[in-house]
Design a protein around this ligand. Sequence first.
Ligand SMILES: Cc1cc2nc3c(=O)[nH]c(=O)nc-3n(C[C@H](O)[C@H](O)[C@H](O)COP(=O)(O)OP(=O)(O)OC[C@H]3O[C@@H](n4cnc5c(N)ncnc54)[C@H](O)[C@@H]3O)c2cc1C
Length: 508
Amino acid sequence: MIDVLIAGAGPNGLMLACELALAGVHPVVLERHHTPTGEPRANGLVGQVVRLLDRRGLYTRLTGDSNPPAPLPSFTFGAFPLDLTMLADNPHYVIGVPQARLEATLAARATELGVDIRRGHRVTGFHQDEDQVNVNLSDGTELSCRFLVGADGGHSTVRRLADIGFPGVTEDRSVSRTATVTVPASHLDPDTGGLLIPGYGRLTPFQHTRTPHGLITWAPFPGRPAILSTKEWPDTPVTDDTPMDLAELRASAARVLGADLPLALDGPGLLRRLTSGNTRIADRYRSGRVLLAGDAAHVHPAIGGPGLNLGLQDVANLGWKLAATVHGWAPDGLLDTYETERRPVAERVVMSTQAQSALIGPGDEITGLRQLFAELLRKPEVTGHIAALMSGADVSYPAEPADPLAGRTAPDVIVHGEHGPVRLAELTRTARPLLLDSTATFAETAAPWRDRVDVVTGKLEGTTASALLVRPDGFVAWSAGDAATLRSALTRFFGGPAAGAGQGRNRP
Ligand SMILES: Cc1cc2nc3c(=O)[nH]c(=O)nc-3n(C[C@H](O)[C@H](O)[C@H](O)COP(=O)(O)OP(=O)(O)OC[C@H]3O[C@@H](n4cnc5c(N)ncnc54)[C@H](O)[C@@H]3O)c2cc1C
């Protein structure tokens, strides 16, 4: 029987497959399409997910950069520029790669890890009992698995079949238009990479710009076609029944800017009109042996690009817990903490994207609200709060109140051990639980868990804690207390001590 069957080879299904494979479970991924569609969606990964990808060795694969990721000096929130240089501890990272490249990278990594990806197989039904799930495919065959994960997108079949509700709202007042374009050289601003538009002025690159008539964004990505997008709130609803052409985008840009911007399509490129959007969270992430992940569990406006920051960190949270359940060492209730820990994060993403959607909207009241907001953003503590919200650096799972780091993402510690300095991001490539110990005293306490938990000793740079227990998803399970609190954290997250303790090994 298959241990875990994943419906959907989107980014979240593929990342979950990698996490499970690293944890010693070999999942099967079923994807309805025979080949990747290459549908243009995300243009980048935004927030703490960049650190997660670094911790799996995927940052360098995606960017070609072998240096650790560096935070971004500026970003945008609700069409306000965010000056992140004013922050002492800037948590905002970005990888500017298109989704198709991310999916190709994750598929290659999953294949390397031995994951069985079966394309051209659509999940059409399932039936579960206490021990297994029998899954029906479109070709009439059936597969049995111990767990089924629906990572099959916002219109999830698995969610519908599991009878899990998807409450929320549909917004159909606005219309967004997007294309990959070139503009005349005379309109390019060599100083900023933005545009100089006669009759309007300068358009800053990579910022949403709000005018009294709508929103416009110019994104000149290096090494690939630039993207121009507009968003309007027309009095008469726009329907989706005809394909968009470039003239429609140019007319929209002219309305938003009050000035003409000549455009040419760049390559076969992208021409897209979106007329509605959903904001919804599944009313449960789990029904027995069936779980939801990624867009199947939550959808929201794409503004600010939070989708993959949320989804990929969801599956990092789910992967090790599901693997522990399959292996049989998961403590009672561990799998359910997937939802208790991650649903509040989805709720904050919904709050953030709805707030931004309100701030970019039309009308004098919104203009007044924006003036107030602009004043607030001059305060570093406000910009810091927004940056933490957008990046997910404020995520904090329930933990012992006396332990200040527990439940938070582990700091980017450097361990100075016997073989020289090593970044935490290099130690976490195996996705195994990790005890970092500068005292060399806690290793003995952790010895009965050494089949599940690796121990690394050395001086810890980048934290005031003398020891850290780091979960596979990069969150702190425990930070230096005493042996009793360490034992309790090990048991809470990784199950009871093994009989025949101490089979593990110290990592160099
Ligand atoms: C226009 C747009 C722009 C966006 N921009 C950004 C951005 O800049 N940054 C960001 O982080 N996020 C962005 N997002 C969000 C991001 O694209 C999604 O969050 C992400 O695609 C979700 O991944 P997923 O794996 O959960 O679902 P999906 O990517 O939808 O993948 C689901 C997969 O399941 C397959 N499938 C469906 N049904 C079945 C079935 N029954 N059986 C088998 N397979 C099935 C589908 O074919 C698909 O391959 C954007 C989204 C849109 C629409």
